[in-house]
Design a protein around this ligand. Structure first.
Ligand code: ADP
Length: 259
């Protein structure tokens, strides 16, 4: 049966990219970008060809976290060459604007930028492309799921109720868009005092595990609130690359092996 000319365009594969994995959160500030960067480095360490598309258009953190700067070049004036560090090929809207320049774009422009990052960037051959999404359930998430074949989503949340409430909405959105949930990651799960080793449950404990069980999705990791993780992220070399033997690194590599 011939297809109607008016049929909307479905998801289209990004040339060379095997799987697209979305990293999402309900709230901002829960560590979604930190997890994305570490997961990308962990996948690279496990021998996978990995890319990271920073789609957090309102607060792109990946150039800083992966220690990448400078403007991507476009030798042919049509396609964009991504940048690369720590074994990760990356592209971010943050590389197209100045550090202090706010992205004050309207929806359609944002969608244009996202589509450009998906279709005009020469990603090369990748086993996995991680997409660091903005928090919440908005246009960027919908555009991604509609325009690209998303293999699955990983949901990052902190354990407290207020963050879980929004994480639940995110999970529901992916379900509605037929994107499978690969699992949840509890970030800032515990705080270990670097002075005395005392373990504190700053944001409560086990909230994400309980939620994951209720939803029937795996709990992929519990990552503690750790000064080293923050310093590594701010310093442009995620803990997975800068401290390959730390227990946090092993936690991320375990997730990478499961994906
Ligand atoms: P989001 O992407 O959800 O907005 P970020 O990844 O930007 O959150 O994290 C917010 C801040 O918290 C960053 O400064 C980051 O370094 C820090 N952070 C994230 N996860 C951890 C952690 N497990 N331990 C310590 N600091 C963390």
């Amino acid at each position: 049966k011939p297809k109607s000319a008016a049929a909307p365009k479905g998801p289209e594969k990004i040339p060379g990219v095997d799987r697209i994995l979305a990293v999402a959160s309900g709230k901002g500030g829960v560590g979604k970008s930190t997890v994305s960067a570490n997961l990308a480095c962990a996948l690279a360490a496990e021998g996978r060809r990995v890319g990271l598309l920073d789609a957090d258009v309102y607060g792109p953190s990946q150039p800083r976290m992966l220690g990448v700067s400078g403007r991507p070049s476009s030798p042919d004036g049509k396609t964009i060459l991504p940048l690369r560090n720590h074994g990760v090929t990356m592209m971010s809207i943050g590389l197209m604007t100045n550090d202090d320049q706010a992205v004050v774009w309207r929806g359609p422009m944002l969608m244009g930028a996202l589509q450009q990052m998906m279709t005009q960037v020469q990603w090369g051959a990748l086993d996995v492309l991680i997409v660091d999404l903005p928090p919440g359930t908005g246009d960027v998430q919908m555009t991604l799921a509609q325009k690209a074949p998303v293999d699955g989503a990983v949901i990052v949340s902190t354990p407290q109720d207020i963050a879980l409430l929004d994480a639940r909405k995110g999970i529901d959105m992916f379900k509605q868009m037929n994107v499978p949930i690969h699992g949840m990651i509890e970030n800032m799960s515990t705080h270990i005092c670097s002075n005395c080793g005392h373990v504190e449950h700053t944001f409560g404990h086990g909230g994400v595990a309980a939620e994951a069980e209720k939803l029937g999705v795996p709990l992929l990791a519990e990552i503690p609130l750790d000064l080293q993780i923050r310093m590594a992220a701010d310093g442009g070399a995620p803990i997975v690359t800068s401290q390959p033997d730390s227990p946090q690194t092993e936690a991320f590599r375990k997730v990478a092996r499961a994906l």
